[in-house]
Design a binder for this molecule. Structure first.
Ligand SMILES: CCCCCCCCCCCCCC(=O)SCCNC(=O)CCNC(=O)[C@H](O)C(C)(C)COP(=O)(O)OP(=O)(O)OC[C@H]1O[C@@H](n2cnc3c(N)ncnc32)[C@H](O)[C@@H]1OP(=O)(O)O
Length: 203
């Protein structure tokens, strides 16, 4: 049975706001200059929303402490964080005690080559997913090396499966592999060396 790896903390209204921001980003990229919408008026409305948010937001130092509460997966990160509109977000489940996976479909904001996922976005998804696999397996660390092989282009608008597995732990050296597949074929594979080290959490 798949084990859901989402954060123990939940904030549905915050997640709904982040989802709305993702819609805005997607619609802006889709519109570009090919729209009849009044983009100056839209910029004013979006800036008004940002004004409201900034007026009510806590100091960054307080928010940093809040971001790092809990021991599990984070809610703010740029890959799986439900409250971060930059994140697709990936929703991980455990495959076994050292392996995790998530299925996601990426749209125009993540485009690199025509109709394909940007290679740097694939690297971001894999770096983070390898890191979460390490956390799930019980020994985690900082990325020291990340080697990627781009086997074929990674399609937009199709379900992608992002998988990672901790392979070995040798002293402080953690080796982890992963891949992005689409339609059963490997698009990108990754090999990571992580070093068991943890920067102090903000307090
Ligand atoms: C349930 C789920 C929970 C999920 C939890 C949340 C997960 C979140 C996931 C987030 C995921 C996001 C992930 C991110 O975004 S992590 C952010 C990106 N990474 C970094 O910023 C890392 C920056 N670098 C460093 O901090 C240090 O250089 C590190 C920590 C890597 C090592 O500096 P440190 O001073 O500590 O180590 P050492 O010098 O004593 O060396 C120790 C050993 O390691 C070997 N070595 C070192 N570097 C390299 C290298 N580059 N290649 C090959 N080997 C290397 C070295 O030779 C030595 O080996 P040996 O001589 O002993 O044989």
């Amino acid at each position: 049975m798949a084990i859901d790896l989402r954060s123990e903390f939940q904030a549905p209204a915050v997640d709904a706001a982040a989802d709305a921001a993702r819609r805005v980003i997607d619609a802006l990229v889709r519109s570009g200059g090919m729209t009849d919408a009044d983009m100056s008026a839209i910029a004013d409305r979006l800036n008004a929303v940002a004004d409201d948010l900034e007026a009510a937001a806590p100091p960054v130092a307080d928010r940093l402490v809040d971001m790092w509460r809990g021991d599990g997966i984070t809610r703010h990160d740029p890959v799986a964080g439900p409250e971060n509109p930059i994140a697709p977000p990936l929703e991980y489940s455990a495959v076994d005690s050292r392996t995790i996976e998530a299925v996601t479909t990426l749209g125009l904001p993540y485009q690199g080559p025509p109709s394909c996922v940007h290679g740097g976005v694939s690297a971001l998804l894999l770096d983070h997913t390898l890191g979460v696999a390490n956390g799930w397996a019980g020994v985690s660390g900082m990325t020291a090396e990340l080697t990627l092989r781009y086997h074929r282009t990674t399609p937009l608008f199709e379900p992608l499966t992002v998988t990672a597995r901790q392979v070995s732990v040798d002293g402080r050296k953690i080796r982890t592999t992963g891949e992005i597949t689409a339609g059963g074929g490997t698009c990108v594979s990754a090999e990571g060396l992580f070093i068991a080290k943890h920067p102090p959490r903000p307090r």
